[in-house]
Structures are given as structure tokens and as C-alpha cells.
Design a binder for this molecule. Structure first.
Ligand code: ZN
Length: 408
């Protein structure tokens, strides 16, 4: 069931498919018209899980701890030289590692090459890439090991609906992965050129728009979209090459409780948007303010050094970002990541983009989080709560000082 395709040939077991399950102890039916209320069928917000057996079969990018260590040392000249499973995709043929073992088979489905549209988001035929445009910096592919099914044979679907216990459902959606064309190690932002990072964002943006357009053509609506980066193995990044992902949920059954919190908070603000008006604690938590973006240490950190950033323009979604905003973001992120590296903050980090779902008539100001890895405790698993020790305005001061030498 690779690439989110379920057909008569590969369907064997009803528990071998990607599932979505709403936790009955924390799920509430949506009643507000703004956030996906529909008359046809019930919508929910709360806690849910995607359960996808195929996620366990994805290839591991790091073979040994030693190999992983070499990626933490960003002075190494591995740019463009290291061979990984994505090398076979970008080269359009099987590439072998130093021990002569094949790195994947090179088959893929490519949604956008740079910003150029390629395979249709609901296409069914993996293939090798014949040729890549010379100026292409990044490619967006269908994730081969997704948490959601993209295409389901109608007969198989009927069987699944009939036989799956009623509290479970087949999870529908599109999972994208965007990679740099040339190899750049994910843990070393200083080695990734600005135009390559911008190329990743631009390719993601074009792919999201293409997928949403095609999803709407296929009668899907009210679509949560989650763009994110898992940087480093400890935060879910299984591949050493810089890559981002996008989860596009096509279940049309609501959204998670955290997003519900954001939607309700923005609704409460009315036309006085907090992000448009706040000074972030009289500016002492701001670490960088550019023409297009504001970066600050959030006053309610999820981890020590938790950074939030938002476009200065009141935009609802990632896909609304313009080229100059994306270029400025890439430049700023590179500097901030370097400043965090200099402070010896864990290089395993997540970047999350919080966006308004497509089709929701909600006011929203998109914002993002940079969350460095830390081990979390029991109380933090029990509630939507975190314990941090670093005062946000002190963290901001440290980062500002560390950032100074990269600003000119
Ligand atoms: Zn705003």
C-alpha cells in the first residue's frame, strides 16, 4: 500500500490499511458554523490518531550512530556527495551506496518539480524521473509511506466500510514530502543555500495549491493542511537530507483540539488580531523583526527556547505567502538556526506551520513554531501543558546576542 494506493492487488488485510480514530473521551461534535459545521454529516474536534502500518516499513536514513554523528558536524564536506534513498529518485535510476547496496528503486510520483506541476495528485502510477529542469532546486513527491490513503478501489472501499469496526475509519488524504534536489544535510542549516531553502518552500506552496485544486475537483472540501519539518531523527526525521512534509487530511470529519483552540482564540479576538497588534511583551521577547516576519520567544513555551514566528501580513495560510516573504523567511530561518546551534541548543528541531483549513470561514493569522527537541515528562503527557525552566525573555536575549554576528 505504498504511495497511499489501495487496490485489489495489494489489499490483503483490513488492519493493514491507514486508519483514523477519534478518541471518544476527548472528542466533541462541531457546532460552530465557522469551523466546518456541515449538515450532511457530523464533524468533530478533539484528539485523533492516524494508525498506519506502512509507516513502519519506511527506510531508515541513518545506518549507524557513527554515521549520524557525521551529520552533526556541519563542517564536513558532504554537500551534494552523500548518497541516500532520494538520490535514486533525483537521478532517475538506482544509486548504490558505498557497500554496493541499492538505495531504493528510484520510483516516485512527483507533484511539483520546483514550482512546475508534474504528476496529478491522484495519479496511480509510480515512475522514474526522466529529466529534471536545470534550475530546479527542490521537488515535492507523494510520500511512499503515508498515514493516509490517497486512492482506494471502490469495491475494496465497500468491503472496508462493511467490515471495519464502527469506531475506526479508513484514513483519507495526501501526504507530501519535499526534498532538496542536491543533497544537503538536514541538521546543518548553515550549509543549505538560501535559494535552496526558498526552493523547498516554493515547491511546497505550489504542490499544496495543486493538491487542494484537485481535491476540490474530486468533491473533497473543508481540508486541514499541515506543513512541517522534522529535522533530525529524534523528532521524527528519518532521512538525513533536508526535507519537509505536508499532511492534507481529506476525511472531512473535523480537526484536532489544538487547532480548535487556535480557531476559537482568533474568533474571540474579533477584528483585533493578537498577532497584528501585540508587541510580544514590550518587545523583550522579539528576537528578529524583518520587513516581512516577526520571530519571538513565546511566553508560553512548549520547550525551552520555543520560538514562534508569523508573517507581518495577516495571512491565513502557508499557500498565500508571496515570493519575497518566502525568501526573507529562508534567510531569517538560516540565521536563527545558526544562532541556536551556536548556543548548543539541540539540533533536532521541528518547524510547524499552523494554518486555517481550506473551506473554513474563519479569521486566522498563520503562525509557526520552532521547537527544539527535549525529553518530556508524565504530567506533560497528561494534559496540554508543558514545564519549561528557561524564562522566555532571557532565552530571547541569548538568541538575540547569538544572532548579532549574522545580521549586517
Ligand atoms: Zn493578524
Amino acid at each position: 500500500m505504498e504511495w497511499g494506493i489501495i487496490n485489489k492487488d495489494n489489499f490483503k488485510d483490513i488492519y493493514d490499511i491507514p486508519l483514523k480514530r477519534w478518541d471518544p473521551l476527548s472528542t466533541v461534535q462541531i457546532r460552530s458554523e465557522d469551523f466546518g459545521l456541515r449538515k450532511e454529516h457530523a464533524r468533530y474536534y478533539g484528539h485523533y490518531s492516524y494508525i498506519s502500518p506502512i509507516r513502519g516499513t519506511r527506510p531508515k536514513g541513518f545506518k549507524t550512530v557513527e554515521e549520524e554523528k557525521q551529520f552533526l558536524d556541519c563542517s564536513k564536506k558532504i554537500v551534494g556527495k552523500y548518497k541516500d534513498v532520494f538520490s535514486s529518485i533525483t537521478e532517475g535510476k538506482v544509486i548504490y551506496d558505498d557497500w554496493g547496496l541499492p538505495l531504493g528503486d528510484g520510483y516516485t510520483m512527483i507533484i511539483t518539480e520546483g514550482e512546475q506541476r508534474r504528476d496529478k495528485p491522484f495519479s496511480e502510477t509510480p515512475h522514474r524521473i526522466e529529466r529534471i529542469l536545470d534550475n530546479c532546486k527542490a521537488l515535492t513527491l507523494i510520500n511512499r509511506y503515508p498515514s493516509m490513503a490517497r486512492i482506494v478501489d471502490p469495491d475494496v472501499n465497500e468491503y472496508i466500510v462493511k467490515n471495519l469496526p464502527s469506531h475506526l475509519k479508513l484514513s483519507r488524504g495526501i501526504n507530501l514530502v519535499t526534498i532538496s534536489r542536491k543533497f544537503y544535510p538536514s541538521l546543518c542549516f548553515n550549509l543549505i543555500p538560501m535559494d535552496v531553502l526558498a526552493g523547498i518552500f516554493l515547491s511546497m506552496r505550489a504542490a499544496i495549491l495543486y493538491c487542494i485544486e484537485e481535491s476540490i475537483n474530486n468533491d473533497y472540501y473543508d481540508i486541514p493542511v499541515m506543513p512541517f519539518f522534522n529535522i533530525g531523527r529524534r523528532v521524527g526525521g528519518s532521512q538525513p537530507r533536508i526535507h519537509s512534509q505536508v499532511y492534507i487530511d481529506l476525511n472531512m470529519d473535523g480537526h484536532g483540539s489544538r487547532l480548535e483552540g487556535y480557531l476559537e482564540a482568533f474568533k474571540d479576538m474579533g477584528n483585533r488580531c493578537h498577532l497584528c497588534e501585540t508587541t510580544h511583551g514590550d518587545t523583550d521577547r522579539i528576537i528578529l523583526k524583518t520587513e516581512f516576519w516577526t520571530f519571538y520567544n513565546t511566553g508560553s513555551p512548549v520547550r525551552n527556547y520555543h520560538i514562534r514566528f508569523h508573517p507581518n501580513e495577516h495571512l491565513r495560510r502557508f499557500s498565500q505567502l508571496k515570493v519575497n516573504q518566502i525568501e526573507d523567511l529562508s534567510k531569517s530561518l538560516k540565521m536563527i538556526f545558526q544562532a541556536l546551534d551556536d548556543l548548543k541548543i539541540d539540533k533536532n528541531r521541528n518547524i510547524l506551520f499552523n494554518c486555517c483549513p481550506y473551506g473554513y470561514d474563519a479569521d486566522f493569522h498563520m503562525f509557526s513554531d520552532i521547537i527544539p527537541h527535549e525529553i518530556i515528562g508524565g504530567a506533560e503527557m497528561a494534559d496540554d501543558m508543558r514545564v519549561a525552566r528557561k524564562l522566555p525573555h532571557i532565552a530571547a536575549k541569548e538568541i538575540r546576542n547569538s544572532l548579532k554576528k549574522y545580521l549586517n
